[in-house]
Design a protein around this ligand. Structure first.
Ligand code: AMP
Ligand code: GLY
Length: 422
């Protein structure tokens, strides 16, 4: 199989790493990719955004399967363009990707089909939004409708914070058109987990549950980030709860989308809030999670290329997907200052030593090559993943690897997996 992967972060490195293990895969192109992938894939520059041109590349190179990492290309309609050209693609069409691209669409879908989620109201103007916040009081959650690079959600502990969020999003257009509408919703308590699933639009097969660590500092303190680490399986989603999630959330969502006229194929990511035996959807994403992918895929014992092709072709079967009875922990090493301003271009040392450790993979997220060195090139720089029998062992192994890697002002959390190990 000849494969094209779109994206260049830690998630895409994990996708490429797992795809490269398939005996069926003969060649992987990745656009734009990063230095971590260059030994197993050919990193290429393509006019990302001009999906017709990218489809022409895929046709010329006889690509059998295209795998899309980030959400933006999906929401822009890369899958629609590829399908029009008869190209197999892992990832939903624009209409189906609206489940991530528009929070209003996603909430209305859940409401219409009785999929459990927080109470909400969609507001199209400032006065209505503010009146609703004053009526409900705090805590309350304000969300920009459209894509806002993970920054469009304000969990407001006071009414004043929520009102200020409305001014920012709707008054000052902080996220442009993405904030033309807002979803205001009930604050949910509980523990979060991410359940990703493979689907061809009819059959849906869950992966192992993972837990992300969104805050920058230990103990879940400080500002939100893209994710500072993850582990899997997340014991908060017990086998019973996972089954409940499949029956009450995953299957009904795929059926709901089908009833609305869109066949959703690719990875459906359900962000969940769990409290006792109660599970509600926090959000859906139309793609793999980052850094969840860096802990989920190392636990997959089956052939990822075969599963993804089956998702794209509508022939997914439950028995195609199996897992190692192990655990994985990923520690994200970030640039000092992240998620605010940070330096780029700092030389990274120790990558080979850490990567040579048994059952350790160093996934590159924000790196580039400069005069023979690998240097930092983003906020989240590396995702250091270790696999072992228990979460405690995986954690020890991951931190042992992290200590071998150095760059100026590197910052990482010391407590990844704390909820499972407390
Ligand atoms: P989202 O982008 O919708 O996943 O929101 C980002 C983060 O905000 C989530 O991972 C939660 O930690 C938090 N969050 C979102 N919605 C709610 C809610 N209704 N109640 C409590 N926390 C929430
Ligand atoms: N880890 C959160 C996300 O991928 O959206």
């Amino acid at each position: 199989m000849r494969i094209l992967v779109i994206g260049g972060g830690g998630r895409e490195h994990a996708l490429v790493w797992k795809l490269a293990q398939s005996p069926r895969v003969e060649k992987i192109y990745v656009a734009p990719g990063n230095p971590g992938m260059s030994a197993i894939a050919e990193c290429i520059s393509l006019p990302l955004g001009d999906w017709e041109k990218v489809a022409v590349f895929a046709l010329e190179q006889k690509i059998d399967l295209t795998v899309v990492g980030p959400e933006a290309p999906l929401v822009e309609g890369i899958a629609d363009v590829f399908k029009k050209h008869g190209l197999a693609i892992f990832g939903p069409t624009a209409a189906a990707a609206a489940i991530e691209g528009s929070k209003a669409f996603s909430k209305e879908l859940m409401h219409k089909y009785n999929i459990p989620t927080a109470f909400f109201k969609i507001c199209n103007d400032i006065a209505t939004a503010k009146a609703y916040i004053r009526e409900k009081g705090a805590p309350i959650v304000v969300k920009a409708d459209g894509l806002a690079a993970g920054k469009g959600v304000v969990v407001a502990m006071t009414e004043a914070e929520a009102l200020a969020a409305i001014d920012d999003i709707m008054g000052n257009h902080k996220f442009g058109q993405a904030g033309a509408h807002v979803v205001i919703e009930e604050f949910m308590e509980g523990e979060e987990a991410s359940l990703l699933a493979f689907t061809d639009g009819n059959t849906i097969v869950p992966m192992v549950a993972a837990q992300d660590h969104k805050r920058i500092n230990d103990g879940d303190e400080g500002p939100n980030t893209g994710g500072m680490g993850a582990y899997a399986p997340a014991p908060v989603l017990t086998p019973e709860l996972k089954q409940k999630c499949v029956e009450t959330i995953l299957k009904p969502t795929i059926a709901a989308l089908k009833a609305e006229g869109c066949i959703y194929s690719g990875c459906l990511y359900a962000g969940l809030m769990i409290k006792g035996s109660d599970i509600k959807v926090v959000e859906f994403n139309a793609r793999f999670g980052d850094p969840e992918t860096q802990v989920v895929l190392p636990l997959l014992s089956s052939d990822l290329a075969e599963i993804m092709l089956a998702c794209a072709q509508g022939s997914l079967k439950e028995e195609m997907v199996s897992w190692y009875d192990k655990t994985a922990v990923c520690v994200v090493m970030a640039s000092g200052g992240y998620p605010a301003d940070y330096h780029k271009g700092l030389v990274i040392e120790g990558l080979e030593t850490a990567g040579a450790l048994e059952d350790v993979v160093v996934f590159h997220a924000g790196t580039k090559e400069e005069t023979g060195n690998v240097v930092t090139d983003g906020g989240r720089v590396l995702g250091v993943t270790a696999v072992d029998a228990t979460l405690a062992q995986s954690k020890t192994k991951a931190y042992n690897a992290v200590e071998k890697i150095h760059f100026d002002k590197a910052h990482y959390r010391k407590d990844i997996a704390w909820r499972a190990l407390k």
